[in-house]
Each structure stands twice: as C-alpha cells, then as structure tokens.
Design a protein around this ligand. Structure first.
Ligand code: DAH
Length: 563
C-alpha cells in the first residue's frame, strides 16, 4: 500500500512538471491567442489523462503489480510527446543548443534522451505539428520552432526528413517487389519508385533502346550488362568509387535515399567494382536507369538512362593490347597536365597508352553515331571524377553549340586493386542516353520518353534513327506560388513535391523571385510552374485543383509559410 501511494505521488509529479512548464512557456514567450487555445485544449486532455492514469495506478497497485509505475511512466512520456503543443521560441527554452542540418530548426531540445521505441512516434508527431505551427506563426516570431519533446539528435533527423521531403516516414517503400523500411534519411517517393519497373532501355522500338543498341553494335565485342537492380548501397554508389565523405553527390537534396545506407543508383558507375570483381570480361557496356533529385525543365527528369563502358588491359602486355593510331583525330592536341594528372600508381607511358586508347575508341563511337554529320567537330575538356585520372568530358559541336556527351577517364588504380584487378589497368566512360537521343531523334521534351501515348511510341522502329514529328503542342498554363522558407530549404525539395503532386503535367519550374525580409531576415521564394500536358488540353479547373493541392502539400511537408 505504501509503495502504491509513493508511486501515485511520483506519477502526480511527473504530470505536474509538464503542466507547470506549459504555463511558464506560455507566459514567457508571448504566444498568440491561437497558441493559448491549443495549449488549453491539450491541457484539458492531460488533466483527463492524469485522472484516468491515477485511477488505473491505484487499482494496479492494489492488485500488487508494483512494476506498473514504470509502464505508466512510459505511457506518460509517450503521451506528453504526442500532445506536444508546447512549441518553444529561442527565449523560452533552456540552452543545450543544437543546430540541425537544415538550419531552420535551431532550437535546443529537452535534455532527456529519446527512447528508441518512442523515436518513431515522436518523429511522426513532430512532423505533423511542424507544418501546422510554421504556417500559423506571425511575422515577428523567428522561424525554426521545435517542439519541447524533441531531443537534439532527433531534431537533426527531423530536419533531414523535412529537407528530403519525406512524406511517409513510417511506411515501407516498395521497389521492384521488395519492401524497404524507411528511416530518417529516406526521401524516395512512390512517384519515383514506380518508375523502376519501366526500364525504357529494354523496351523494343523505344528511342533509348534504339540508341543503346547502336552503341552496342559499334562496340560489338563488349559484354552487354543491362538488367541490374537500381537499389544499391552507398558503398557501391560512393565509397567504392572513392567519393569523399563530404562529396556533394551524397547530399539528400541530390540523391534518392531508400534508407541511410541504401540509394537508388545515381550513376551506372555504381556497378564498376562488382562487375570488375567477377573478371568475367575485359570490356563491357552496362546500361541502366539512374536516379537524381533535380530541377524541373524540358531536359531534366528524376530518372534517366546511362551507359557505362569499361575496358581493361593486361599491364604486362599493354603496348600490344592498347596500341592505336590517333593521327588525324582531335586527340593529338590534348596534353596531360598538372591539373589532370597521371596517377602515381601508373607510369607516364601506361597512362598515355590507356588514355589514347580511351579517347580514340570514344571518338570512333561518336563519329559512327553521328554519321550523318560529315564534319562533326569534337573537343576534349579536362574534367574531375573521384574515380578516374586523368579525366575528360567529350563535347561535340552540334547545330552551332557545344554539347557535352560523356565523361570518361583512366580508372583509379586503387579501384582496380580493390576489385581484384591489380594486374590490369583500364579506362571507363559514362554517357547519358536521353541527352544524345534528344538531339538524334529531335525529341524536344524529356518527359516524352516516358509517354505511353501511341502517337509517340509508334513513330520509332528498331534500328532506325528518325526525326520525331510533334503531334501537338498543347497550351501552357502558368501558376505562381510564394512562401517563406527556412535556411535549409533547397529548390530540389520543392521540385520533388511538384513532381509528386503534378507528375508529368509540370513542364518547367523556375525560381522567379527571391526576397530577404529586411527585419526578420527570412527568405521568401516565388516559383513559377508551367503546367502543360503532352497529350491533351487541360481545363482551368483541373490546373487550379493541382495548384491548390501543391500549395497545401508544400505547406505541410516543407513546413513553409505560404504567402
Ligand atoms: N559517372 C559519371 C556521371 O554520372 C560519368 C562517368 C565519368 C562515368 C567518368 C565513368 C567515368 O565511368 O570514367 O557523371
């Protein structure tokens, strides 16, 4: 009985503390009437809960279950967190400061560590509240409010989730029939994962497939690899290719994370090490769909297709295996320089032989592809990739402007060594198939590749390069959206929401205005969305509905304040 009473008193205190804190916070921070109403509502809930919990505890205690305190205490913590309407400003929080990745959540948090089993509940409650709260707070209040129950580590996670537009933090993602639990870094959306099954490069009569086959026909003795799963580890996509930990390519704003250690491949190079390790072929062409978070316009789509070519040589027999005649080509003028160095693991002669073989092979392939252009001009631009040195980009002069076609270079020997190929040296290239197909087939908008409209797909036949005949250009409809956003805001996060809500109806999204409030220093952005279907004329009501949905999803998912 004594234990029961003690337990009850402790419980009472556990509830009183957050209640008192509510009043303190409300008094200190000068919150709006709305906020006080919210607090009062949640207070009512808490008092009711106190009474119930009290009664339950007494009965449990009487039946001798003394351990109930711990259970109830667990529930209290959970409950306090779920009803967290105590949003604190800088002045109302004790300081044990933390700055999140986005910079917009800059409040310190409760010094109690989060229990792992509560983290998921908390993350959800905070995300829901975050959007609503942000949209209510007035001009004088600084942005970046954090609910009181968030721990420093957790607030970082929330920031990441918001930055990466994580709409369904708690459900699994399904990719090609396999389920992947989401975590704080997940930013892949259903709109994107649904594209993984399309595999346009394998669809007969599709321009991407026609182009792929053309290149394969040119490099006829290269092994063809074209059906690898797009879900790869960060080790494959980045570490195995010697990307530094702070390489921008790893950012959640640029890459689709399935979870913290898994991504949708951002390039075909992600498979280099695994294919090299098999030592199945000394030359291969690997084609695949690749995924990148990006802006929205007629030449960018979050999924596109790359082809990776790779060739290796026996180091002991390099002079014979890599010998080429490059006279009369654009390669003569290029000189290896300090900014595009020979690797210390290679002799200058080794690097020269591999480099010449690489550029000679690629020049032959591109001249073959653009065989109609008799005087095709090609130039080599020094480049940098973590996985090659020296490295190049190849450009061609096409209809008056230089067009970048591919990246390439001599494979870093460390990659060869780690992939069980220490006795060999090699080169690799990666090219974007859409980029080339758009100019070869005269396709004006990258969204067309994804069209299932017969009027598009019926224009192409296996093996033929024909000019696309536009069936119609339907009217465009421009709509603007403006909002105040936090420091960590990234344009790609907004683009992702446009893709989710409008799908392929969004032709183009442009940032048309950016404004910094002179007093609060908050930043307002205005985006113009150009809606246009490729298949029909849309009604005004239809577009208005999409725009309304876009406004509400932008507000709730990004926690911005609409203007
Ligand atoms: N992976 C690079 C990209 O996506 C392209 C690339 C460059 C591939 C150089 C290569 C290479 O194999 O050697 O931009």
């Amino acid at each position: 009985m004594t234990t029961a009473s003690l337990t009850d008193i402790m419980i009472l205190f556990t509830f009183l503390i957050p209640i008192v804190r509510h009043f303190q916070t409300t008094a200190n921070s000068g919150v709006s009437n709305d906020k006080i109403r919210l607090v009062a509502l949640s207070m009512g809930g808490k008092i009711a809960f106190v009474i119930c919990a009290f009664a339950i505890t007494i009965s449990l205690s009487l039946t001798g279950i003394f351990g109930s305190y711990f259970y109830i205490e667990f529930l209290i913590e959970d409950f306090c967190c779920l009803t967290a309407s105590t949003w604190c400003t800088a002045d109302s929080q004790p300081s044990s400061a933390t700055t999140s990745q986005t910079g917009s959540l800059k409040r310190p948090a409760l010094n109690q560590p989060a229990r792992p089993q509560l983290a998921a509940v908390r993350r959800m409650s905070v995300q829901v509240s975050h959007g609503g709260q942000q949209s209510h707070h007035s001009e004088e209040t600084e942005d970046g409010l954090v609910p009181a129950c968030v721990t420093p580590r957790l607030s970082c996670k929330i920031a990441t989730a918001i930055a990466s537009s994580n709409p369904l933090a708690n459900s699994d993602s399904e990719i090609l029939g396999k389920r992947y639990p989401r975590d704080s870094k997940t930013n892949v959306t259903e709109n994107i994962t649904s594209k993984t099954s399309r595999r346009l490069h394998l669809q007969l009569n599709h321009p991407i497939n026609i182009l792929k086959r053309r290149i394969e026909a040119h490099f006829s003795n290269y092994k063809v690899v074209d059906s690898l799963n797009p879900v790869v580890s960060t080790q494959q996509n980045f570490d195995s290719l010697l990307f530094t930990d702070d390489h921008p390519g790893r950012a959640v704003t640029d890459t689709y994370y399935v979870d913290s250690n898994t991504v949708l491949r951002t390039h075909t190079s992600a498979h280099q090490s695994e294919v090299l390790k098999t030592r199945a072929a000394d030359a291969y062409l690997l084609t695949a769909d690749v995924y990148r978070r990006d802006e929205i316009d007629v030449s960018h789509y979050p999924v596109f297709h790359q082809m990776e070519g790779l060739r290796t040589f026996d180091r002991k027999n390099l002079e014979a295996e890599a010998a080429v005649h490059v006279t009369g080509t654009s390669i003569e003028g290029a000189v290896l320089s300090a900014t595009n160095p020979v690797q210390s693991a290679h002799t200058p002669r080794e690097a020269e032989l591999v480099d010449l073989h690489l550029r000679h092979s690629l020049e032959g392939m591109v001249r073959d592809l653009f065989r109609e252009e008799k005087e095709l001009q090609i130039r080599w631009i020094e480049a940098y990739f973590p996985f090659t040195s020296p490295s190049w980009e190849m450009e061609v002069l096409y209809r008056g402007s230089w067009l970048e076609l591919l990246g390439c270079g001599v494979i870093q020997q460390k990659i060869m060594d780690e992939a069980n190929n220490a006795d060999r040296v090699g080169w690799a290239f990666g090219l974007g198939l859409e980029r080339i197909a758009m100019v070869m087939f005269d396709i004006p908008d990258i969204r067309l590749f994804w069209s299932t409209d017969k009027r598009f797909i019926s224009q192409f036949a296996s093996g033929e390069i024909v000019k696309f005949q536009p069936f119609s250009k339907y009217p465009a409809c421009y709509k603007d959206i403006s909002f105040w956003c936090g420091e960590g805001f990234h344009d790609n996060d907004f683009a992702e929401i446009v893709r989710d809500v409008a799908g392929d109806m969004a032709e183009d999204v442009k940032l048309i205005d950016k404004f910094v409030h002179p007093k609060t220093k908050r930043v307002s952005r205005c985006f113009r969305i150009n809606y246009r279907s490729m298949e029909r004329t849309c009604t005004n009501e239809e577009i208005d509905k999409i725009q309304d949905e876009l406004r509400s999803v932008t507000e709730s998912r990004l926690g911005v304040e609409l203007r």
